[in-house]
Each structure stands twice: as C-alpha cells, then as structure tokens.
Design a protein around this ligand. Structure first.
Ligand SMILES: [Zn+2]
Length: 546
C-alpha cells in the first residue's frame, strides 16, 4: 500500500525538521556567557561550551554554541571565569582527615596553649589515645622544640602523640614512648631521637616516628569517612577537582574504592603508593591500576626529612646547628631497588627531596630511567633546596619538579637561619625549576599548608603570604606568572599524572571537569580570596553555591 502524505502532515513534518534544526543537537549541559580558559597550547578563551555524557562536545563563541546545540540545562555564567578543575598535585587527604579528628594544634603559640587545647578536646572526646597535629615551634617566643614533661605530669597513663605541622617530627609522652619501647639507647636508621640529660625529651624525627605510627589506633570509620567527605567539599569549594595523594598504605586502596562505590567520592585521585612490601606486591600484580576515578601508577618515596625540623639532608652543615646535616630517610640502596621495580612495571617514582644533598642523589638516580625512557615523568616532590650547579640535571634527565609555592612564604620565618643566604639562591626556586623542565606540578602539601589554591597563586606570583608579607615579595626573582601557576594546577598537573588525554584542558573530547569562579581569577598585589560558584566533574555538578 502506498503511503499518502496529506498536506497538513507534510507541513507538520517540515515544522518538526525546522524546529530541530533551529534547536540544534541535543546535549546535557551548555555553559555560556562565560570566559572559558581552555588552558591548552593555544591558550584560547571562549564564551561557551556544550557538554554531553560527561565530555566536552565543543568550546566556541556564544552564538556558535547556542545555535548548534540545545540543552534542558544551561548555565549563564554572567561573564565569569571558567577554568579546568584545579588539581592539587601534592596533598594528603588522609592525614588531613586525621588532623580534623585530632586535637587541632595549628597556630598554637606555646606549650601551655597546646595543653589547653588537649584538655578541651579530651573533655569532649574522651579518647584512650590522644592524637594532635599542627604545632610549629617557630611561632613561639623561644622557638625551641618542646619537651614532654608537662604531658607526663597531666597524662601519665594516656598515650599522647603530637605531630608537628610538617609531619616530620612528633612529640610523644613517656606513656607512649614506653609502649613503643623507645629509650635513650634506641637506634633507628634515618630517624632522630632527641635526648637531653640522658633522657628522651619525647621528640622523635622522621623514621624514629615509625614505631609510634604503628601504635596510633584508627578513628571510628564513620567519623573518618565523614572527615574525608568534609575535605572533599572544602576542595570543591575552591574549584579543586583532583588530588595527587602523596603516599597511601595498602588498606587505604580499599577505603577509597569503598567511598567511590558508595558514590561518596568524586575527586580525581592520583594516589601514590608508599613502598611497603604489600604495596609493591599490589603494584607488581596490577601494574597501572584504574578504578573509576582512582588511578594508581606511582610510588612515593621519602628521601629525607623537612627543613623546619632540620631533617632535610644538606651537603654542608645547617647554618643554625653545628655539624648537623639532616638525615636520608630511605637508603640509596632501597631507593635504587624501588627505582628498578618502577622501571620494570611502568610506574612513576615520586621522591620527597628537600635538602640539596637529597636532590642531587635523586637527580643522579633518575638518570638511569632517562636512558631508556625520555618521557618517564619521574618527579621530585618539593625540590626545595638545590645547589645551583645541580639545576641543569632536571632538564638533562627529564626530572619533573613538583612544588608547593606556599612553602616558600611560610618558611620565610626561618629558612635563612637554617641554610644561610648563599644557599637561598637555590631554594624555593620555582622559576629556575620551570625553565629546566618546562613544566611544574603545583600543589599545597595540605594539611601542612591550607588547601586554598588562591594562596598558592599569591605565593607563586607575588611571593607573599596571606598577610601580604613581605611587601616586595620573598626572593621575588623566583616568581612565576599567573598563567604558569594555573597551568601547574591544570594542564601540567594532568601531565604529571599521565592524565593529559582526559583532564587539564577544556577541549573537545576532554572530561567536562571545570569550575566557574565567583570572582575574576587574578593575582593582585593584595591577596584576593576566591571561590567556586559551580564545580563540575565529568559533567556532574559536585558543588554549587546555589
Ligand atoms: Zn607531602
């Protein structure tokens, strides 16, 4: 039978066709009237983008996108800045969660204030093991490391562990030292046990903290997961959509997978494994491991301690401690062993190196991987003090510098005291490092620093802290530009985690992971707070101020 199209029916079809042409291709979301910074090589800025199935379909001029696409969901960005979601290329979600549930010692001005905070915390929480975090003796009038006498008097039976802000030194009371079987004659490789008048002061540095860490009981799971969720919200609020988690233990893999399965964790997590035997076995078995938004393909190795607690290994003695050089916390042989495992299974090696000696050891060690793989992307985390003549090795061996600009302006209180002005020429030298490799991975090292990426921008570009100090910038010859800093948190951070095909730029085919900022993203001489209005991950709204 012939189908006969009547005139009204043909007219209806024509209307439908015209209408669909006019309405354009259907997508899930259109963002328009925006300043979309693509952060790709061309550094394009566009008005609008269309998103479907979690991916960017097209970025372009306002009329082009609105004419070509239609969507039930549209965001008129009101001319605001849109960027790829920021990545914190070196953070510690798990330590931060621990800090949130512990006694908060950040900003304490004396041992007395620490005691007051512990008493307040304990009245409410009644823990059988007291964990505190965040003290920093460089803020105290004496600037001397604390000792545990007052803790012993007040808490003879409850173990107490108070971790310094940098995570490289802790203060334990005698009850805890006894449990850990640490006494003045104990020797721990790569660790410092502080002794005064033949007695332990309670202060333990770097590897000497390990026996204590094994005794810290886990927080109730519900509380711990609650803290992780709070951290995630805090990060979203700043436009952070990914974290390079700098060191997880074996059990943490299951925890993150559980959070992901329960739809409680949307952050892109590039997790570095600590080189424990269990983790090494996991890596050998699984190789490059992806589980939804979790990616594991690297090891985090601890090269030395921190500068503030004089644990960083220097070529020459500390300027403020006679004959003291710091410590190597992983032996060169162990580092070599981890390097060959990484080479074999295609993992990236990311090593914490603060002192100029440790940086040189690592640069030499990374030469081996460069010989077989020019694009290995092995990282040095912090690269904080480098002897000027060693900088060239970063480009020579293709070593990726991963830096935290807020460290420069936080450490300004004591950095010169520790290493003297001559060595400062190679310290916190982000511009020099950028010139070497052509990229920087930029993060905060939270909870050592705050999570706010705008403080990072202020520190990197203006070389100033939150209080806009110092007025002329701290060693401002090493400042980088706003664009370079943002690249370090987007494009370059994605490269540093082998994810440049999915995230880091706003281009066709990439994940629709982006943030619309409340205020223009700028780096004025005075610190300007900024926040996200909308944060999206793979096309899903994970945060908004509405
Ligand atoms: Zn760290």
């Amino acid at each position: 039978m012939r189908t006969i199209f009547t005139f009204p029916f043909c007219f209806f079809l024509l209307l439908l066709l015209l209408n669909s042409c006019y309405k354009g291709k259907s997508v899930d979301l259109i963002v328009h009237n925006a300043k979309i910074h693509t952060m790709d090589d061309a550094n394009g800025v566009f008005d609008a983008m269309a998103i479907k199935d979690g991916k960017i379909v097209e970025v372009g001029p306002e009329r082009q996108i609105l004419n070509r696409y239609s969507s039930e969901e549209e965001i008129d960005a009101g001319g605001k800045d849109v960027y790829p979601g920021f990545t914190d290329a070196h953070g510690h979600i798990l330590s931060y969660a621990q800090q949130i549930l512990s006694v908060d010692l950040v900003g304490c001005k004396s041992m007395d204030e620490i005691i007051v905070r512990i008493e307040k915390y304990q009245t409410k929480n009644k823990r059988k093991f007291i964990l505190g975090r965040g003290w920093d003796q460089s803020l105290w009038s004496s600037k001397d490391f604390p000792t545990n006498e007052k803790l012993n008097e007040l808490y003879p039976n409850i173990p107490i562990c108070l971790i310094r802000i940098d995570g490289h030194v802790l203060l334990a009371n005698d009850a805890l030292l006894k449990l850990a079987e640490i006494n003045p004659s104990t020797k721990i490789d790569g660790g410092i046990i502080y002794i005064k008048d033949g007695k332990c002061t309670g202060l333990l540095g770097d590897n000497a903290m390990n026996p204590i860490y094994e005794l810290i009981p886990p927080f109730p799971k519900k509380e711990f997961i609650g803290a992780i969720k709070d951290i995630q919200t805090e990060l979203f609020q700043y436009g952070i959509t990914g974290v390079h988690e700098a060191g997880i233990q074996f059990g943490d893999i299951a925890l993150f997978k559980e959070l992901i399965d329960n739809h409680s964790f949307d952050l892109n997590l590039y997790a570095m494994l600590m080189p424990s035997e269990k983790n090494i076995a996991f890596a050998k078995k699984n190789g490059v491991y992806t589980y939804k938004n979790l990616l594991i393909r690297s090891f985090k190795v601890m090269g030395d301690g921190a500068l503030g607690s004089r644990g960083a290994l220097l070529k020459q003695a500390y300027s403020d401690q006679h004959n003291h050089y710091g410590v190597l916390t992983t032996s060169v042989d162990d580092m070599k062993r981890i390097a060959s495992i990484c080479e074999k299974i295609g993992y990236q090696m990311n090593t914490h190196a603060i002192g100029d000696s440790t940086n040189k050891i690592l640069l030499d060690l990374y030469q081996r991987v460069y010989e077989t793989n020019k694009d290995h992307r092995w990282r040095i985390e912090h690269a904080q003090v480098v002897e000027p003549k060693d900088f060239d090795l970063f480009s020579k061996y293709g070593v990726f510098p991963s830096v935290q600009p807020t460290h420069a302006v936080s450490d300004q209180r004591w950095a010169v005291e520790r290493i003297g002005t001559k060595r400062m020429k190679g310290a916190y030298a982000y511009r020099t490092l950028l010139k070497q490799y052509g990229m920087l991975a930029i993060g905060t090292d939270f909870p050592v620093e705050l999570t706010d990426p705008f403080l990072t921008i202020h520190a990197a570009v203006n070389r100033k802290n939150y209080d806009n100090f110092p007025a002329s910038g701290y060693y401002s010859n090493e400042s980088i530009t706003l664009e370079e800093c943002i690249k370090g948190m987007t494009t370059w951070a994605s490269f540093a985690s082998f994810q440049e095909n999915e995230i880091g730029t706003l281009q066709k085919g990439k994940d629709a992971t982006f943030v619309i900022f409340e205020n223009p993203v700028v780096a004025l001489a005075e610190f300007q707070p900024n926040f996200s209005t909308y944060t999206y991950i793979k096309g899903k709204k994970v945060y908004s101020t509405e």
